[in-house]
Write a protein that binds this ligand. Sequence first.
Ligand code: PLP
Length: 384
Amino acid sequence: MLNPLLKQVVESPIGETKRWLDGRSFPIDRPLLNVSQAVPGYPPPDAMIEHIKDAASEFAAARYTPILGIPALRAALAADVSAQYGATIGENQVGITSGCNEAFCVATMAVAEAGTEIILPVPYYFNHDMWLRSVGISPVYLDTGDGMLPDPERASLLVNDRTRAIVLVTPNNPTGAIYPPALIEEFHDLAARNGIALIVDETYRDFLPDGAPHHLFSNSTWTETAIHLYSFSKVFSLTGYRVGAMIAGEQVLDQAAKLLDSLTICPPAIGQMAALFGLEHLDGWRADKRAEMQRKIERFVAAMAGTPWQVESAGAFFAYVRHPFVEVAARVVAERLLDEHSVLSLSGDMFGPGQEGYLRLAFGNLDEASVDVLVDRLLTARSS
Ligand SMILES: Cc1ncc(COP(=O)(O)O)c(C=O)c1O
């Protein structure tokens, strides 16, 4: 009676690790450091909360919006991306979704049908893998190389007549790796040459270091190839409001709109009002959070240098570290870190094959001083 495709999909690692905390308490002198989920540990700013309170009293907040979102939000995001990427994005090329995960689901469904393939660099964001498998699209794994960067030449060997898209996540979850513009360009060329889509999830783009270039829309024919995915969850600390977006050619958005209508009819109105407020009023806050996140990552990388823990890559929201216990599976290391050091992390095996040696540490939930506590606890961990 149950869908066999879904039955073979693994359970979400987030659900599983949350259960590790069930019924557990932590010593007063060693409280939990939760570096498992990519969620900002701070609330939205007061101005945003006041705005949401006011917005909630408007009738419009209780009503459906257009399928692809409130026009003012589509226009504001088009302007934001145009300014940051040095591009000209029209509001008709922007679709607002109920979070970036929904954007991924409809983007992939817009370009690929069951029985086809999508190339996914490993380690991957697990919901991407889960979704593709759920709908009968085969994820084809592309191993990443130095600095956790995927190689377009290797990717080209995986393209065949069933391939519909390549997925990139930059800054990356889980590795924190930031893909250089030239690399994104090479993937764009590869996808364009083969008539397939390049789907780029930039959920963490607001946490790029100051001055780091944004890149995707420079090619004049990008609408034929590129699909850009975005989230308002992390930038404005709105994870529960469920607002994200996709930027694509109108031919892709037209197909996606059929799915969005059937799935959620529209993104939550109140979430869209919050996102619009953020784009219009919170540039300063966004910059402060970016700087804070950057300081945390730099502090962590500096403190780990020369230790047995190797920071394989780090940036934006994450560090991906090779643990020093060669003989021990990552999941066992993660469980021991929780038992003995009150550190909740995610183990590499949750992000795909061959990741046994790694842990993912997410920095959104830590204040700056806690970074040093995390380092101390990692460095005192033992192999057994
Ligand atoms: C790479 C990536 N894409 C999408 C999402 C989901 O974003 P949203 O909350 O907008 O659905 C996440 C959340 O962790 C993520 O890491």
